[in-house]
Unconditional design. Structure first.
Length: 566
């Protein structure tokens, strides 16, 4: 009786998410993208539509979107109206930490990739679909001119991607303050590895998630035909570990290899936990660097790599291993156009190709007369604080969200002539979370030497001991003759680590298991940018998690029944 109910529930919820994805995907391709450039006011742009705003924000990721919303929210509290334009080349915001869940079908597109129109409704923030193309701020050419009294304004020119005069929608957008938050992508890294651009599947965008979902579907079909596909995942950071765990859980009969320059999550609190969890999932870890990626005549992919087991010297690996697919999560550089010096005229870049900002997150200029330059701030992965501050902010969504509040406050201080209220940014480590495949996840406390570490870590350790006792009771329950022990063990369910095969004593300051996985989804729902999106994410998290568990349980029960009949 249980099996038909589970199958019906799974079918209904899967159909709901499929309809949701198809509807939103249609809207995604219905608009044409444009290019957008920042120009000096002395550039003559005739025959174009003119618009203006108080704040122009380039990039709609965590940094840009949360900055726009914070400026709008704080301005309303002060009883002031600020016209904000948010510029991005996509119709949709991507909640990157849940991209893995979208890939394996445990999260809907409406939860992970809502449209900007939905998110910005009622906020007073305007959305412009365009890609940020260049910044021109040569002070020697008079980049800062005053118009309309003492108000400073700067020009944004929006150009269509195709140079077609009959199909032009060029806009001049004048602004008083600007924020650059274009993020980072792996594309520049991929271009440095011969064959990578052609033969690997990157994992960073909504489109990447759907391409990976399709790839996993094809691999599943091969498994059903009796094959054993091999997949390699390059990158031993959060992205690589989470993707490897999700792929291994999605395709338990496939051979999954994680390729990393060092031990996965090396130096973090998660290292011992990740090592044990990946081993439980059957993921093989290779410590090596990738030199080249090729495809042979059989259509299989080979990776030329060098071992780095001792942590210092690199030695070639002679084995000609073949993979059916290679997924890439390793490394990233600031997105276009930040990495192009000629496109960021006047803005100072660091040795890593990032925009240099001070502790208030205001951009520096490569001119002595920097006070005469436009008011520009930057945040997120595309910038670097110089001189370096401690603690050094990581390149994560958590850091970008914290920076957004500081930038919003400083932009408003500039607009309202209250620069004595300028704030400095200092990163506050709140811990982290990661998916460990299926319904399981992990919650990691902050470092002990941080402000919250001394408070949260003991609480987490105490909770882990309590959950360990609950897991012991859980272990006794599955030994009951009334429960199919094999089914429960294969699902890997646990409260605090039992099902993951993790030794709690070796992972202080962490929680792992099914309860942690559910908590991860709930916390991310609370971190969504708007109240409406929080409600959508909360409902989606509950329904999709239940659907995923129901489907896995149904598959396990069906497999168990088939084995008994065989």
């Amino acid at each position: 009786m249980i099996l038909p109910i589970l199958q019906i529930f799974t079918l209904l919820t899967t159909t709901i998410f499929l309809i949701d994805d198809i509807t939103l995907a249609t809207a995604f391709v219905s608009r044409r993208s444009s290019r957008l450039s920042i120009f000096r006011q002395d550039v003559v742009l005739s025959g174009m539509y003119n618009d203006q705003c108080d704040v122009a924000i380039m990039g709609g990721g965590f940094g840009g979107l949360y900055t726009a919303l914070a400026i709008s929210r704080e301005a309303k509290k002060k009883g002031r109206k600020v016209d904000i334009a948010l510029v991005d080349n996509s119709d949709r915001f991507v909640f990157l930490p849940l991209l893995y869940d979208l890939t394996v079908g445990t999260a809907s597109e409406g939860e992970v990739c809502p449209t900007y129109d939905e998110l910005l409704e009622g906020t007073g923030v305007r959305f412009i679909k365009a890609s940020f193309d260049s910044f021109n701020g040569d002070s020697c050419s008079g980049s800062v001119l005053k118009t309309g009294g003492s108000e400073q304004k700067y020009v944004l020119e929006e150009k269509p991607k195709e140079e077609d005069d009959d199909n032009s929608d060029t806009i001049n957008l004048y602004f008083q303050a600007s924020v650059v938050s274009v993020g980072a992508t792996p594309q520049s890294i991929l271009s440095l590895i011969p064959g990578a651009t052609e033969y690997v599947q990157p994992f960073y965008t909504r489109e990447d998630a759907y391409a990976t979902r399709e790839l996993l579907f094809r691999m599943d079909q091969r498994i059903q035909q009796g094959h054993c596909p091999r997949l390699a995942i390059v990158g031993g950071g959060y992205g690589g570990v989470e993707l490897a765990a999700c792929v291994a859980r999605r395709l338990p009969k496939a051979k999954v290899t994680l390729i990393s320059r060092g031990r996965p999550m090396a130096g973090t609190r998660a290292e011992p936990l990740v090592d044990q969890a990946l081993n439980k999932l059957g993921v093989v870890c290779e410590i090596c660097s990738v030199d080249e990626i090729k495809k042979n005549t059989n259509g299989q992919i080979t990776i030329q790599r060098r071992s780095n087991l001792n942590g210092s010297s690199l030695t070639p690996i002679d084995a000609e291993d073949e993979w059916d697919a290679v997924l890439w999560t390793a490394g990233s550089l600031p997105a276009y156009p930040v990495t192009k010096n000629e496109n960021m005229d006047g803005l100072a870049l660091s040795s890593s190709g990032r925009l240099i900002v001070d502790e208030t997150l205001r951009c520096s200029f490569s001119t002595e007369d920097s006070k005469a330059m436009p008011s520009v701030w930057a945040l997120g992965d595309c910038c670097e604080i110089i001189p370096v501050v401690q603690p050094v902010p990581p390149k994560t969504a958590q850091a970008a969200i914290q920076q957004a509040d500081v930038v919003a406050s400083n932009v408003l201080a500039k607009l309202f002539n209250q620069e004595s209220d300028t704030k400095v940014f200092k990163f506050q480590d709140l811990g982290s979370m990661l998916s460990l495949g299926g319904p399981n996840g992990a919650i990691l406390g902050p470092k002990e030497d941080t402000q919250l570490g001394s408070l949260l870590v003991p609480l987490i350790d105490t909770a882990r001991i309590g959950f360990g006792i609950a897991d012991s009771l859980f272990a006794q329950i599955i030994n009951s003759s009334d429960i199919d022990k094999k089914v429960v063990e294969n699902l890997g369910l646990s409260i605090g680590g039992y099902g993951l095969g993790v030794d709690p004593e070796s992972t202080p300051g962490t929680l792992s298991g099914t309860l942690s996985g559910a908590s991860r989804r709930a916390i991310y729902a609370l971190r969504m940018p708007t109240n409406k999106q929080r409600a959508v994410a909360g409902a989606s998290a509950f329904i999709s998690s239940a659907a995923a568990l129901a489907k896995e349980a149904s598959d396990q029960i069906q497999s168990s029944n088939n084995s008994e009949k065989g």
